[in-house]
Design a protein around this ligand. Structure first.
Ligand code: NAP
Length: 350
């Protein structure tokens, strides 16, 4: 199970979270750190403004940061797999180059909608990994690319999956998204103090298109999008970590609230059955208090890998409404990438 890993975008918000979460990981050891030309050639501690809650690990601080190209990474050490937390607008060709040789686990949006690339949440659509075999064959790659959804979409899709048993027809979401979702240094402080910014570029489009692919059906050759309507409205709020979403769902059936609550609480997937190192015991935790979930109190549930649901109510226009909260740089970020990699390793794919 032991794998040496490279992190591309290692100095950024998600890259730092990868480093933090991989400390002491039973299977994965960090071998290479890479970032932009601005950082390449520096020691990690000089290249990075460390913003995690725990101290920068000493061994990592003294590592050299490499430039993000295949040649530099290969010459630095034997790598088995690659985590990419590069910006979406530059990730495409770089990830494709690495995938000619290595499994690439991408946090970026560049390849999420490629027909032969999984948009994976191991609890929700594990069968979509079958796309990897098709991808390797058609592209002639030794490695592959698999992607995780956008941070808001991951937590939403985890809560929509159990609702599909009630016949999901329409979903409306309004988000309250944390500042770390915009990376570092992210949103200027004078734009967000005493304020809410009701626009996050491309976020609503991503939530709408990604949810349908994730919850779609793999038909043996490709994923057919799920057949429900989804509308998102995204807002940036003055919270460090943890995206809160207000969700309204219209269902074909008319379940009692207790049945909806039980469906959330009972939900689990292959990562739980396989006991993967990063799998939370419960992917969804339901809070019963009328004023939960809240980012400050609930974002670290299940070491940041559980989605917290609360305020499950009947809705007079749709069927049910609830709030869900997820840690955007753990379940929505590096934690999801690591869980995907653990899942692929157990499947013999990485
Ligand atoms: P970030 O804090 O801005 O970090 C970006 C990283 O990419 C840094 O390491 C940066 O290196 C590197 N980079 C920038 N330009 C580069 C270039 N031209 N060549 C090579 N490396 C370059 O962003 P982030 O929030 O970590 O997000 C990274 C990716 O994850 C994005 O695609 C984002 O959409 C996605 N994502 C973010 C979150 C979240 O909550 N933040 C959650 C899920 C997915 P330097 O330090 O050297 O500039």
């Amino acid at each position: 199970m032991n794998r040496k890993v490279a992190i591309l975008g290692a100095t950024g918000t998600v890259g730092q979270r990868f480093i933090q979460l991989l400390q002491g990981h039973p299977w994965f050891k960090i071998e290479v750190l890479a970032a932009s030309q601005k950082s390449a050639g520096k020691k990690y501690e000089d290249a990075c403004a460390w913003t995690m809650e725990s101290d920068l690990p000493r061994g990592i601080a003294k590592m050299d940061v490499l430039s993000t190209d295949l040649e530099s990474v290969e010459s630095a050490g034997n790598v088995d797999l690659v985590f990419s937390s590069l910006p979406g607008d530059i990730a495409g060709p770089i990830e494709a180059e690495f995938a000619t040789k290595y499994p690439v686990f991408s946090k970026a949006s560049a390849h999420r909608q490629d027909e032969d690339v999984p948009l994976l949440i191991p609890e929700v659509n594990p069968e979509h990994v079958a796309l990897i075999t098709i991808q390797k064959k058609t592209r002639g790659w030794k490695g592959f690319i698999t992607t995780d959804p956008n941070c808001c979409t991951i937590q939403l899709a985890i809560t929509l999956k159990p609702l599909m048993n009630f016949g999901l027809q329409q979903v409306i979401i309004s988000t309250m998204q944390a500042l770390s979702g915009a990376g570092y240094p992210g949103v200027p402080s004078l734009d967000i103090i005493d304020n809410v910014v009701p626009f996050i570029p491309k976020e609503e489009e991503k939530m709408q298109s990604e949810s349908l692919k994730i919850l779609g059906v793999f038909d043996g050759t490709r994923v057919r999008n799920a057949n429900f309507l989804l509308s998102a409205s995204c807002n940036r709020v003055n919270v460090k970590d943890g995206h809160l979403e207000s969700v309204f769902a219209k269902l074909e059936k008319d379940p009692k609230l207790e049945e909806v609550e039980a469906a959330f609480e009972r939900f689990e997937g292959e990562p739980q059955r396989l006991r993967l190192p990063s799998a939370p015991e419960r992917p969804i935790v339901v809070r019963k208090e009328p004023n939960r979930p809240q980012p400050r109190y609930d974002r670290c549930e299940g070491k940041g890998m559980s989605v917290v649901v609360g305020r499950i109510r009947k809705d007079p226009i749709m069927s049910v409404k609830y709030l869900c909260l997820g840690h955007n740089t753990i379940r929505g970020g590096a934690g999801a990438g690591i869980l995907s990699a653990e899942f692929m390793v157990t499947k013999g794919l990485a």
